[in-house]
Structures are given as C-alpha cells and as structure tokens.
Design a protein around this ligand. Sequence first.
Ligand code: ADP
Length: 307
Amino acid sequence: MNTPSPKIESQNIHVLCVGHASYDLIFSVPHHPEADEKIFAESLMSCGGGPAANAAVTVARLGYNAAFAGYLGNDPYGQIHFEELQRENVSTDLIVRGASPTPLSAILIKPDGKRALVNYKGARAPLPADSIDFSDVTPKVILFDGHEPALSEPLCAWAKSRNIPTVLDAGSLHKGTDALMFSVDFLVCSEKFARQWLDDDDPAQALNRLAERSPTVVITLGENGLIWKKGVESGNLPAFPVKAVDTTGAGDAFHGAFAAALASGQNWQDILRYASAAGALCCTKEGARPGIPDRETVELFLKNQKQ
Ligand code: ADP
C-alpha cells in the first residue's frame, strides 16, 4: 500500500513547477541494435522524468515545499510517476489525469555514454488555461519549462500582477518557450536555446541580446558553467569540478535549485552557486532522478568548495 504524502498547504508552496512530466525506461546496452537485431540489456532503470517534474523533485529534496502542475495519463506509467512524486513529497493536487498516454521514453545507453532514444508523446492537446484552478495557490516562485503554454501564459501574467517571481527553464526554442521568454523575471536557458534563438553559436552575444529584453538572463553551458546578465551587472561562474558519469537532468536540477534558492531569499551569487552545485552533483550518478541531490549533500558539497 502507498503511504499518502503529507498534505502541503497551497499557501505554503515555495516553488510551483509547471510543465512536462514523462516516464523513462533506461536500458544499459552493449551497443545500439541494428535493424532486426535483438540485444539484451545489462540493466534497466525506470523513473519519472520531464523538466518541470524533475525540478519539483529537486525543490522537495532540497527541503522546500514543491508542487507540480501538469499532465499524467491514467495509464500505469502515469500512476507510477504520480506515486513517485507523492513519495518525494511533491504536491500532486495540481496534476490533471486523463485517458491520453503519459509521454514515455525508452533510452538505450552504451558503455561510452552515447544514447539512442525513442520517445512516445501521443497526440494529447495542450492543457487548456482553465484545466487547473490556481486560485488557492500562492507560491513564492513559479518555474515554467515552456510546455503547457496555454496554462502557463495566463499564469505568468497572474504571477506578475501579484509580484510572484517567475523563472523559465528554456531548454530549446519552441512555441512554448518563445511565448514566455520575455514575460518571465528570470530567463534561465541552455546553450542550445541560446544558439537556436540567435541562430549563431555565440553564447556571449546571445546573452547581451536576450538581456536587452529580459531583466535577468542566465545561459548554462554544461561543464563550462554559466554566464549571466542582470540589469547592468553581468558575470560568469565556472562549473564545479566533479567526476561526471551522466549529465542527464543536470539542467533540471539546476533550475529546481535556482527556483528554491530564489524562494528562500538567497542573494544572487549564492543562488547561482547553489544551483550550480545541484547541477554538478546530479552529473555524478546515472539517470536524472537518482542524481538529484538532497539539501545535506548540496550544503556539504558547497562547504568543501574553494570557489
Ligand atoms: P541543460 O541540461 O539544461 O542544457 P546544462 O548542461 O547547461 O543544462 O547544465 C546546467 C548546469 O549544471 C551547468 O551550468 C553546470 O553548473 C552544471 N553542470 C552541467 N554539466 C556539468 C558537468 N559535467 N560538471 C559540472 N557541472 C555541470
């Protein structure tokens, strides 16, 4: 029997994460199969995924109150993920369940870390704006991942009217991230997004151009850390040196920790350090969810750093 998660009062949510939830089946394989070839996996790891759902788990593991708003199907993968979120103490009150399938990925990882991925999204229409009632929720910070744009755009405008800080995790350029990128207070994007938006491989130029229209921009650069611009101030932060075994989910952990640190009132430099530590630690384990660190691990890691 499942233990119900303790109810988080909607008024006490530190970070509301809005967007995508999926389920991942991760097979370790000796090589990627050819046509008509049958291969045997050496191990199988399965867990929930999706940028906003992973960020919500990060917020909760870091000891803050997290809620996830998005969609999960009524199928077995949706149910497993729903229960996983409850076990992680993420509030599931704002999740819409339905007959459309839960997005599913089968990921084949070779010993050299190279991946092949099959994703099934189904043909579900985006959640309409009125599918979730947010009137009772007063989060300290809202984090969007750009999925569920019909839900996110009015929620972002509502947050603005209430002075609730908003963050966009822009992993790639698509309709959803495009719609929100200049509405949020903190545009935290990947190098890929910056390249797609600028149509050039020049993160420094992308940063300057994005900052002309956004109050705060961060571009994360994987093992090269990040660059940021906040009003007239700007800077960079190298990544913390770790033995990276799998970088999947580093961005999600970074964004979750960023939003949690923002919600807890940390200063700008500390927010960036905290988020970078969560991102780096996530790389030290296989898989996104298993790699997401808890509060104690991040605090101890930061204490032992010189930078
Ligand atoms: P995304 O997955 O969204 O592209 P990144 O790969 O840029 O995100 O990672 C986000 C942050 O996580 C980076 O800015 C960095 O702080 C940390 N990080 C990512 N990869 C590594 C790595 N190999 N070593 C240390 N830190 C990393």
